[in-house]
Write a protein that binds this ligand. Structure first.
Ligand SMILES: [Zn+2]
Length: 215
């Protein structure tokens, strides 16, 4: 190998290394976080971006975040819609966001529900979907990773791997109860909210702004 080729390879390796140092992973829930959740959301006519999504994902991308989606889709097991319909909905989501130069490195889903399938390893808060993302993208430094979701299972999944969690207040629960879900006096939530690696933010833009102060 010539010196020129060798030095170019060394330079490429060092660039990759620095990129790897700057990069961190953000795992996003879909319904109630990226798009408005109408309950078993799957119809294209129900598609609407959640508040702050484009602004928040733009900020995260500028900070060096690699974005992936991990979504529970038990509606498939329950027979409410087909996997193809979920894929079409995902494609709609990707297409709506792509013009803003925002891309998703991986999209994984769990179609299971214990009433209809044998117990799976991917239903949140189990971490199987995170391992599926790792299988697609290579090893992830979970200590530097963030999860953004709207339910305790979203938070528990990323916290189990050693990452940090942000729960979105503008998601499904907030809308359905008409009060702040995250202020409800519930023992499970109290434990979660006391966890120093769990945060609460109004929407993805607020979550991204919070992450900017923590990295
Ligand atoms: Zn599953």
């Amino acid at each position: 190998m010539s010196i020129t080729v060798l030095s170019r390879k060394l330079l490429e390796n060092s660039q990759n290394w620095y990129r790897a140092l700057d990069m961190f992973d953000v795992i996003l829930d879909r319904d109630g976080v990226l798009n408005v959740d109408v309950g078993y959301t799957h119809r294209l006519e129900d598609f609407a971006l959640a508040p702050g999504v484009v602004e928040g994902l733009t900020l995260l991308t500028s900070l060096g975040a690699r974005l992936s989606i991990a979504t529970g889709q038990s509606g498939i097991d329950r027979g409410k819609y087909e996997e193809e319909q979920m894929q079409a909905f995902n494609e709609k989501l990707v297409a709506e966001i792509a013009p803003h130069d925002i891309t998703f490195a991986a999209i994984v889903f769990c179609p299971h529900h214990p009433d209809y399938s044998d117990e799976c390893t991917c239903r949140k808060p189990k971490t199987g979907m995170l391992e599926q993302i790792e299988a697609k993208l290579g090893p992830i430094v979970w200590e530097n990773a963030w999860g953004i979701g709207d339910k305790p299972a979203d938070a528990d999944m990323i916290l189990t791997k050693g990452g940090s969690s942000i729960l979105i207040e503008s998601g499904e629960h907030n809308n359905s109860t008409g009060t702040s879900y995250w202020s409800v006096d519930d023992p499970e939530l109290a434990t979660l909210l006391a966890n120093p690696k769990n945060f609460v933010a109004y929407d993805i833009l607020a979550a991204a702004t919070l992450i900017e102060t923590k990295i």
